[in-house]
Design a protein around this ligand. Structure first.
Ligand code: UDP
Length: 323
């Protein structure tokens, strides 16, 4: 298929692009490089540097790519930043995303695959979380992704745009070539691994008074190769709807730090900090729907295996991507 990938220079997008190309698809990456890296784009893909805020460009490039499917990864995705700068999230994730949706309808795209998030749920009434739980986000990031989900539903009903929206839990790990490099790193695993690489003196724990067994937040970490596998399955004609992607196992911040220490063989000193605004205490997926309906089978369900691939990438690329 011809696949148009927004955000293909970013962490999850770059690895999905690699998988798409390995599976024999033709890929056009559209990315403004505000967060992504040019060298994270597989050289077999066609690359266009521009922003989704430029509606005319999106439509023109999409048309030229003859895309049958769109994968939409481009977004701002930091809970903490969204609590300080909500406008950035609504502008980039919702308003600019709408340009892409309109272009997809105009160009007759057959399948739209959307990167959504468990942050659309807010603090859940129960865990593991199924897709039918109420969505009550507690940060603008989650709200902006929920708004896009709702737009997708209306575009499907009114324009017949077939979509799959994946609600990722915590993406982690690396492929052999591509990994996680944010210019300002806020995520837990890469920050802890930076300590193991002697690039930072200590790791920080944001909040030790949550209602969890060790007082720190619990998340469900999912390997990016497993996320990529779900995206390949989502391309199949007839697939449609919302799917959680996680392993169903929750790990606390302290447990993640312990796993990083074990994998790296380095001791990681920690400093306890206050809670980070916008963080729900516990997010754990029930992803049976994706397994049942898409035939999705995660290959790296164990946290230690996930961290092992991340550690290998960070050791090989201690400064991340060169650009
Ligand atoms: N976290 C932490 N220290 C860090 C980074 C993150 O304690 O240096 C916590 C954060 O508050 C959250 C969890 O680790 O409870 C996962 O955060 P991350 O930013 O990796 O992903 P998010 O869940 O926000 O998507």
């Amino acid at each position: 298929m011809n696949v148009f990938v927004t955000g293909g220079a970013g962490y999850i997008g770059s690895i999905c692009v690699e998988e798409l190309l390995n599976a024999g698809h033709q890929v056009t990456v559209y990315d403004n490089l505000s967060e992504g890296h040019r060298s994270a784009v597989d050289p077999r893909a066609k690359f266009v540097q521009n922003s989704l805020s430029d509606a005319a460009s999106v439509k023109q490039v999409l048309q030229k790519s003859k895309a049958e499917a769109v994968m939409h990864f481009a977004a701002n995705a930091l809970v903490g930043e969204s609590m300080a700068n909500p406008g950035k999230y609504f502008r980039n994730n919702v308003a600019s995303g709408l340009n892409l949706l309109d272009a997809a309808v105009e160009c007759g795209v057959k399948k739209f695959v959307f990167s959504s998030t468990c942050a659309t749920y807010g603090p859940p009434d129960r865990v593991p979380m199924t897709e039918d739980l109420p969505q009550r986000p507690i940060n603008p990031y989650g709200e902006s992704k929920l708004m896009f989900e709702k737009m997708l539903t209306w575009y499907q009903r009114i324009h017949g745009l077939e979509f799959v929206a994946f609600r990722y839990f915590n993406a982690a790990g690396a492929s052999g070539k591509y990994g996680e490099h944010h210019r300002i790193e806020t995520h837990l695993i890469p920050n802890v691994l930076k300590v193991a690489l002697d690039q930072k003196p200590h790791a920080e724990i944001f909040g030790t008074d949550y209602p969890t067994p060790d007082g720190t937040c619990i998340r469900d970490y999912i390997h990016i190769a497993d996320l990529a596998q779900a995206h390949m399955l989502g391309l199949a004609p007839g697939t449609q709807g919302f799917y959680n992607l996680g392993n169903g196992d929750g790990y606390s911040v302290r447990e993640v730090i312990a796993a990083c220490e074990k994998v790296s063989g380095k001791r990681v000193p920690v400093v306890e900090q206050p809670r980070r605004p916008g963080d729900p205490p516990r997010l754990v997926a029930a992803a049976e729907k994706a397994r049942r309906e898409l035939g999705w089978t995660p290959k790296y369900p164990k946290l230690e295996d996930i961290v092992t691939t991340a550690w290998a990438w960070h050791k090989a690329h201690p400064d991340g991507y060169p650009d």
